[in-house]
Write a protein that binds this ligand. Sequence first.
Ligand SMILES: [Ca+2]
Length: 119
Amino acid sequence: MATGREFPICTNDADPTQPAIDGSIVVWSDQRNGDYDIYGYDLAKSVEFPVYVGPGEQFFPVVSGNLVVWQDGRDGQVDIWGVYIPEPAALSLLALGGLAILGRRKAVGCRRQAPGCRL
Ligand SMILES: [Ca+2]
């Protein structure tokens, strides 16, 4: 990859916002499906993939390794949710519409009211 030259990650008209990066994975939030969801992009493979697409507003994603966590309003309150995304070899399947695979992902979450709330 050429250095010193910018390149697009996500240029849709759905207000992509709040990018974060770890290694070759970039995550962000955008509202291409009507409300904000979480998406990712593998820089090594030039592949975009959904991280979480569902009801409510999902914001402020961060990524560390293959763990993505974000602020989530799916239950009408603000919680923190997370998911372990597949290894890079499987991300291409997600990009091809493999939401069924995403549905089998190991999701973790906790309510903000829970004492000692941890992922
Ligand atoms: Ca959403």
